[in-house]
Structures are given as structure tokens and as C-alpha cells.
Ligand binder design. Structure first.
Ligand SMILES: Nc1ncnc2c1ncn2[C@@H]1O[C@H](COP(=O)(O)OP(=O)(O)O)[C@@H](O)[C@H]1O
Ligand SMILES: [Mg+2]
Length: 291
């Protein structure tokens, strides 16, 4: 991503134009905020994604699920604009994001947040400084240091990590690292957050805490969440709707019940194996409304 920030005249103009047109993440009367049409990805000889169609609604938690290596991370990178597919299109708010000029793509990215599996925190900065980074990079010239600090601390509070604000990333547990990455992803108050395997490598209780956080951020702040996971209990705990990927295609799509009812034997097998592996405590959103 470009490091040029709000002070950059071209980017400011692009953002203002988007807003003037009323197109900024606005699906124009449709509930669909993100649309993928015929997305196909070829790596060398291999077709990893083969004509994927998806529609993600504004305000939902949408889960991309499927076994390791089936192309979930690749799809997420297409959806958030990090990489263009070989064929097909991805649009957000009705705009083909891979055809946007760089300044407009940057403007759009400021309205989205992401936490990728490999996207570790910077080890030389405190947790608070890590969360402040997107603010510093994009609004540093406009916002006083103290305001940036307060916003970063508010985000840490939202993910339950304020007591760890001064710690270094190396001193955090796995679950705390995931929370810090989520705090950084919401630093700029995004409308959409993309998360790649937010519960990977966590014990079931810690994973349930992250599930809980995802559901709360969605319920309380209305953030559209697009979450990749191969963790079935997690998918079932958080998803409003989901797409299950197999062999480069969407094998099932819809609500949890619709996916189960689809009756695809590959999905039944996947579900049976995963459900046997882990039990997850129920999420009580109402009880946890206070962040
Ligand atoms: N940049 C790349 N170049 C070549 N192959 C890739 C690249 N990225 C991913 N792949 C391959 O595409 C397949 C899907 O990868 P990925 O999207 O990471 O799957 P998942 O996230 O579902 O585990 C894997 O076989 C992986 O090795
Ligand atoms: Mg992956």
C-alpha cells in the first residue's frame, strides 16, 4: 500500500470525488457490498480458483471456509484488492476494485481493514504503537500525537487489550497477538474488515474469545466482516452466511442451515471431521455487549 496519506492532494481529491458520487462503499440500493464474478486464479499450470461467484452483504459476518490449500487466502486477497485475479472481477460498492486508479484504490483501502495470517505486528514497536501505525501513516500530519495515542488506546480497549498497550509483541500470547492485529485493522474505523484465520493456532477457549470479539465488532459497530477459516466451530459460531470452497469452486453457499442441508458429501465429511475435533463454548452476544 502506498505510504502517501491524507495530505496527498491526489488522494484527497480521489476520496472527495468518490464521496461526491455517493459511491464510496455504497452498493446503490443493493444489500450486496462486495461482489465477485467468475473469479479465476491460475498459478502456473494450476487453476486454484475456478469461476467463483460471491455476494457479500453489507453488515454481515461472511465466512470463507474449506480445507487447507483450497484457495481461501487467495480469494481474500482478491476481495480486499491486494491481488487481481487472473480472470473475473471483484467489486465493492459497485466499483471494480482491480480496475481502480491507484489513488482511488488507496482511498478505498482507507475504508477497509485487514489482518492477515502472516501480517505480524512490528516487533520493535509497542502494541499501542503498532495500532497507531495506520493512523500515523494516513493522518499523521493532521492529527496531534496525543489524539493518535488516544484513538489507538480506544481501539485496544475495544478488543480488550488496553492493559497490554505498553507491552512488546514478543511478550503477548497467541490470542493477544490476534486481538492486537484486529485492533490495528479497525484503527481507521473501516466499514469492512478482512480477517485471515483469526483463530488459527489458538486453544478452544481463546479461539472462542476471538469469535466473540468478531461478533461484537459486527453487532455493535456494524462492521462488515469477511473471515477466512478452516476452523468449523469458529465458522459456525460467527457466520451469518458462508461459502465452502472445494476444488477451486464454491461447493455450498448460504446460512449455516443451508450449507448443511446442501447435502454435499464432501461438506458432510469435512463437517463431521471438524466437529469431532473441537467443541466450542456458545457465544452469548447479549451478555458481552459491553466491550
Ligand atoms: N503466489 C502464489 N504462487 C503460486 N502458488 C500459490 C500462490 N499463493 C498460493 N498458491 C497456491 O495456491 C493454493 C491455495 O493457496 P491458499 O489460497 O493459501 O489456500 P488456503 O488459504 O485455503 O490454505 C495452494 O496450493 C498454494 O500453494
Ligand atoms: Mg490460508
Amino acid at each position: 500500500m502506498s505510504r502517501a496519506g491524507w495530505g496527498d492532494a491526489a488522494q484527497l481529491a480521489a476520496l472527495q470525488e468518490l464521496q461526491a458520487e455517493g459511491l464510496t462503499l455504497d452498493a446503490r440500493g443493493s444489500d450486496d457490498l462486495i461482489r465477485a464474478v467468475a473469479v479465476t486464479t491460475v498459478f502456473g499450470e494450476r487453476t486454484v480458483l475456478d469461476g467463483i461467484d460471491l455476494a457479500i452483504r453489507r453488515g454481515e459476518v461472511f465466512v470463507l471456509m474449506g480445507p487447507s490449500g483450497c484457495g481461501k487466502t487467495t480469494m481474500l486477497r482478491h476481495l480486499c484488492g491486494l491481488r487481481a485475479p487472473t480472470f473475473g472481477t471483484v467489486s465493492i460498492g459497485g466499483r471494480d476494485i482491480h480496475a481502480l486508479p491507484a489513488a482511488e484504490l488507496h482511498a478505498l483501502r482507507l475504508r477497509t481493514g485487514m489482518a492477515f495470517q502472516g501480517g505480524a505486528l512490528l516487533g520493535s514497536l509497542t502494541v499501542e504503537e503498532n495500532v497507531a501505525l495506520p493512523l500515523r501513516e494516513n493522518a499523521g500530519r493532521q492529527l496531534p500525537r496525543e489524539v493518535i495515542r488516544q484513538v489507538a488506546r480506544a481501539k485496544l480497549d475495544m478488543v480488550g487489550l488496553l492493559p497490554a498497550a505498553e507491552r512488546m509483541p514478543a511478550d503477548l500470547s497467541g490470542g493477544m497477538c490476534k486481538r492486537a492485529a484486529i485492533a490495528r485493522a479497525i484503527a481507521l474505523d473501516p466499514e469492512i474488515v478482512f480477517l485471515d484465520e483469526p483463530t488459527a493456532g489458538l486453544d478452544p477457549i481463546t479461539a472462542a474469545g476471538i469469535d466473540n470479539l468478531i461478533v461484537k465488532l459486527n453487532a455493535v459497530f456494524g462492521i462488515t466482516m469477511v473471515v477466512v477459516t478452516h476452523d468449523l466451530p469458529s465458522a459456525y459460531a460467527i457466520a451469518d452466511r458462508m461459502a465452502v470452497f472445494f476444488d477451486g469452486q464454491v461447493a455450498a453457499f448460504g446460512t449455516k442451515d443451508q450449507v448443511l442441508e446442501a447435502g454435499d458429501p464432501r461438506i458432510r465429511d469435512f463437517v463431521d471431521r471438524r466437529m469431532r475435533d473441537a467443541e466450542r463454548p456458545e457465544i452469548d452476544v447479549a451478555r458481552h455487549m459491553i466491550l
